[in-house]
Design a protein around this ligand. Sequence first.
Ligand code: NI
Length: 400
Amino acid sequence: MAETNLPVSAALAQSVRQHVSAMIDFRRDLHAHPELPWQEHRTTEKILEELKRIGITCRKAEPTGVIAEIVGDMPGKTVALRADMDALPVKELNDSLSYKSSHHGIMHACGHDSHTAMLLTAAKALQENKKSLRGKVRLIFQPAEEIAEGAKAMIAQGAIDGVDNVFGMHIWSSLSSGKISCNVGSSFASADLLKVTFTGRGGHGSMPEACVDAVVVASSFVMNLQAIVARETSALESAVVTIGRMEVGTRFNVIAENALLEGTVRCFDNVTRERIRAAIERYAQHTAALYGAKAEVEYSYGTQPVINEERSALLAQSVICASFDQAVLVTEKPTTGGEDFSFYMEDIPGCFALVGCRNPEKGSIWAHHHGCFNIDEDVMVSGAELYAQYAWCYLEQCRF
Ligand code: NI
């Protein structure tokens, strides 16, 4: 149950509201100039320019990204706020938008443009109120979220050194405008990559007795694989195992020697994840042995599951209720998508919120990563305020 009577700051809320039109303009400018992971040079420059203009200490990360810090006039802990800033290789289909992407085949189709604009606005508001700010607020403008590399690179460059707690958010198209969610526990799944190679013995299609058919081995493996989810995973612990690609065989009358399979595994906790990884290895080895083939499994760990730490998530819930209204706070189901924010929470507590932006009246109904994706910009003021108030309340709470 969320606490109430938190020390949300009315002055902070007022500061955020003063910057709303600049925030929308900034977001639209980023939207018109989207940049792919590790190519966010213009975006990085724009952020640095704004931060310097308002007197916030900042440095450029390499090759892209920004790490900044607001130092309150009173001593206290350090809380980090993170926004991602990269776009996708998606062609924008919103032809009537005045700020439609001007970079062909690249689009802010996940809303990261709004995350950056909201965090910048929160930064302005916190800076304007730094006289009564107790501690420090680290600002992380992170590149390359879409390829799950940015968070690790920012951490390696000191983004969370000395940080006590971390908070992030994603604008969310399946959640209605005016609703915000920040669950205790699992929020996003882990997203791992799986490669399996089967090696048999090729030969003439008419003489199977002289061969070990990689087509049969691979097919058998694919057909049996779902038993890992159905028979080895508790019904209360969700998981997805998908083989998305299979490369096997060369010609209708040639028995295939090799098969390459690629897939993804999604889990909401690391115990289930490890169990599934081990089961895949066992299924591959035993299937190969059954037919006299060999198997090699390459399991690459991608993003961790995002598991919101309890006290942090309860704080975010309280901030949502105290800043807006009890009706704003909802419980959105965890998603099997991945989010590299999870890497920040490997060492420090924190949480990640979902800010609803679905509004049929404004046409913002399309899924993330779709060419028609757009957001209801009216929700950005709440997102910016949530960033600022979370940091404020975390630092205030640590005073007691
Ligand atoms: Ni995203």
